[in-house]
Design a protein around this ligand. Structure first.
Ligand SMILES: Cc1cc2nc3c(=O)[nH]c(=O)nc-3n(C[C@H](O)[C@H](O)[C@H](O)COP(=O)(O)O)c2cc1C
Length: 184
């Protein structure tokens, strides 16, 4: 029986990113139970409706379409979602209300260098996803405050937050497997 496919979408491009470190640590915890793929929003050009045949755009939209669930780990930039992540979302959001996001199951968490863990960006991201008719998983907000202090060798090290995030992510995966026939 095929496994659930999760597409992880980090909202930061930098090498030492705490978002990417969080994605890596989460994948390590759930890869026994799901096929985990990581998207790279940095490969996409700036959104331009005149660009109709960009291979990176097509590849990203195909990744979103193919995944059973999307896992966003976004940092907070100026109280909102980083432009690079919003750009990726905008690309995959067309045609409006009928895009690959329609009815797509989404799991959202956030990181930040500050004390609030990116909770404002997380709220903005959920609002945008709802606007595209995606299905945002309802769970307590998962935030990683002071995230840059918690990265070692490319992995988030905060066991308490990771355990909580894993619990919520596994609940998301269970909900996904119940909604997709013939999958585990
Ligand atoms: C342009 C910019 C804006 C930022 N704005 C915020 C902010 O509004 N709130 C916050 O908590 N941190 C803010 N930060 C700090 C980020 O949370 C921090 O750099 C974080 O590590 C970025 O995620 P990353 O580690 O995945 O790259 C900002 C950082 C940048 C570069």
């Amino acid at each position: 029986m095929p496994m659930i496919e999760l597409l992880f979408i980090p909202g930061s491009l930098r090498q030492a990113s705490s978002s990417r470190a969080t994605v890596r640590a989460l994948i390590k915890r759930v890869e026994d139970s799901a096929t985990c793929v990581t998207a790279d929003p940095g490969l996409l050009p700036h959104y331009n409706a005149d660009i109709l045949d960009d291979p990176a755009v097509k590849a990203f939209i195909d990744q979103v379409a193919h995944a059973n669930g999307l896992v966003f780990v976004t940092p907070e930039y100026n109280y909102s979602v980083p432009g690079v992540l919003k750009n990726a979302i905008d690309w995959a959001s067309r045609p409006a209300m009928k895009s690959v996001f329609k009815d797509k199951h989404c799991f959202v968490m956030s990181v930040s260098g500050g004390a609030l863990g990116g909770v404002r960006a997380q709220g903005h991201l959920k609002y945008s996803l709802n606007g595209m008719l995606a299905k945002v998983f309802g769970c307590p907000e998962i935030v990683v405050p002071m995230a840059n202090d918690k990265v070692e060798n490319g992995f988030l090290t905060d066991e308490r937050i990771l355990t909580f995030a894993e619990e919520q992510l596994r609940a998301f995966m269970t909900a996904l497997s119940e909604s997709v026939p013939d999958i585990r």
